[in-house]
Design a protein around this ligand. Structure first.
Ligand SMILES: NC(=O)c1ccc[n+]([C@@H]2O[C@H](COP(=O)([O-])OP(=O)(O)OC[C@H]3O[C@@H](n4cnc5c(N)ncnc54)[C@H](OP(=O)(O)O)[C@@H]3O)[C@@H](O)[C@H]2O)c1
Length: 287
């Protein structure tokens, strides 16, 4: 990976941090796209001390703000000549229904729309052979339908938001693979396992539920990152663009996640949301 530059969201903790560290060890230059810059810089300082000579950088990126993502893309284009690998690993558990600064369901904005805006804006910056790796999970199989992904009608629950996020990661991967087939850019999705990460911290009692489960049974983030690293670096996955991987093997995603009509629906809706954001606000009629 010595000649590769890897950009990663969610690289300050958990699966993303594990993947970033492993790729750094493989010789890649790693750029953390992070909402908390001091935290990301502390992580880089830790790596620089542990692996002298490693090449790391931080670019601010709050996925829940389309303006922030636009600025992230501008900085990447200003400072780097290409994106060889993009790993979309950021995520968070959002307990209550909330809206992003753009007025979009916060979970959808953070998990899907921010990654969609980032990835699609960087496509022209990716050379043939580039790879996009999206973190999903086996839980996507509990998403029975794709109705109302922004919780405009449905009652919001953190579990439903998580399922929607995981399903979107797979649908987005399938659309990317299809769109980019002729450009020789690959897209993959993965399940990293139950990882002992910070995902359950978000406002939960740390002696209960998901947090306790992850602490007791979760695997180390560097182990959880194995499949992400494999997809970012191995020649073995050539020709498998669009597939979903678990433990370094391509496995079947749910029927819904493989439905091309649904994937197209998500792509169209995402584009519409980005267009709406780009347009100047409509003036209110006088009176
Ligand atoms: N852990 C598991 O067992 C598991 C299982 C299946 C799927 N996953 C999925 O894997 C992904 C990563 O989870 P994890 O377990 O590694 O969680 P984690 O340890 O909590 O890490 C989440 C990462 O996402 C970043 N992030 C959150 N909101 C962001 C935003 N608005 N903009 C930019 N970055 C943001 C966090 O940054 P800060 O440092 O600033 O908070 C952190 O780096 C999630 O999508 C999760 O649903 C995890």
């Amino acid at each position: 990976m010595h000649d590769k530059t890897v950009f990663i969201t969610g690289g300050t903790t958990g699966v993303g941090k594990g993947a970033a560290e492993r790729l750094l060890i493989l010789g890649a230059r790693v750029v953390l796209l992070a909402r908390n810059v001091p935290k990301a810089e502390a992580v880089c300082a830790e790596w620089m001390a542990r692996y002298p000579g490693s090449r790391v950088a931080v670019i601010p990126c709050d996925l829940a703000s389309l303006e922030s993502v636009t600025e992230t893309v501008r900085r990447i284009q200003e400072k780097f000549i290409r994106v060889d690998v993009l790993i979309n690993a950021a995520g968070r558990r959002i307990r209550e229904k909330a809206l992003s600064v753009d007025g979009i369901d916060l979970s959808f904005a953070t998990h899907h729309l921010g990654h969609f805006a980032l990835t699609t804006a960087l496509l022209d910056f990716m050379p043939p052979g580039a790879r996009i790796v999206n973190v999903s999970s086996e839980t996507h199989k509990f998403a029975w339908s794709f109705e109302d992904p922004l919780f405009e009608i449905r009652r919001y629950t953190p579990w439903r938001a998580l399922l929607t996020a995981r399903l979107c990661a797979l649908l987005f991967t399938a659309s990317l693979a299809e769109t980019l087939r002729d450009r020789n850019i690959r897209a993959f999705a993965l399940h990293g396992g139950l990882v002992r990460s910070d995902i359950a911290h978000d406002g939960l009692d740390q002696t209960k539920g998901t947090f306790r489960l992850l602490r007791l049974f979760g695997i180390d983030p560097t182990v959880g990152a194995t499949t992400a690293v494999f997809l970012a670096s191995s020649p073995e996955v050539e020709g498998q663009s669009g597939r979903y991987f678990k433990a370094r093997r391509a496995v079947a995603a749910s029927e819904l996640a493989r439905d091309k009509t649904v994937a197209q629906k998500l792509w169209t809706r995402s584009m519409q949301l980005l267009d709406k954001f780009k347009r100047p606000p409509r003036e209110l009629p006088a009176g």
